[in-house]
Design a binder for this molecule. Sequence first.
Ligand code: ZN
Length: 298
Amino acid sequence: MDRCIIAVDKSGSYRVYIAVTTELVRTARDIHGATNLAAAALGRTLTAAGMMGLMLKGEGDRLTLQIKGDGPALQVLASADSAGSVKGYIADPSVELPNRADGHLDVGGAIGKGSLTVIKDIGLKEPYIGKIDLVSGEIAEDLTQYYAVSEQTPSSVALGVRFDRQSEITAAGGMIVQVLPDASDEAIAKLEDTLFLMDSFTLLIEDAEGDPDRLMELVFGKLPEEFRPEKLDERELRWHCGCSRGRMEKALISIGTKDLGELIEQDHGAEITCQFCRKQYRFSEEDLKALLREAVNG
Ligand code: ZN
């Protein structure tokens, strides 16, 4: 089971969400048959959404993180709830590009120019929606910008997915560091130095061997004692879709009687694939006729 640690430094200057998400990202990769590049983009997005979902307070609160660009990946979307369930998809899981000059996967190139949207459904009449232009399409940088612009919260976001030579995912994880309102200048200066001098976050995740406590130690261990984060809480993150035949029936009813009638007359049935988990739902002509009766009767 993947875990996320929530911690605050002893001076109360900053908060940390730090997670190892290797299982979550492997599961998503298997479901979508993603290339390394697509798995990196999807894995980063799922990891971020998972941590951001845990920041929501209410039971049933849900967060959606959507990254849309003019690159070949087109769109990456992840959705997570406050209980640590995460799901997501990438529009083109077969996307491939040459590596960047520094040898890294070109996630920014796969995404291209576009926008990042965060939708928080927290039980109000209208969801909260924050949207920014992408900075680099590398996702972590874009989220740092989102927090600065849309939420006025100085933050630092790091995300990583690591592969071995056989293209197996060896480690995945992420970190969101947020400055708290009464932060001390000294703590923030020390924190900034630490993050600036940090080794590659992706390598640190691998060194942590699946243990977020170890990852936190690797990132923050060199800080003076009084500015090191202390664990407040630990939560689980897991892949969970939650789709069902009942939900697909509702979706079919919602397309309206005209379109349902066409599915019956022309296609004599329907097959719907869940975009998140790829599960297929088949509806026979008889099934559709029953749904049409339901739609007509409201
Ligand atoms: Zn599903």
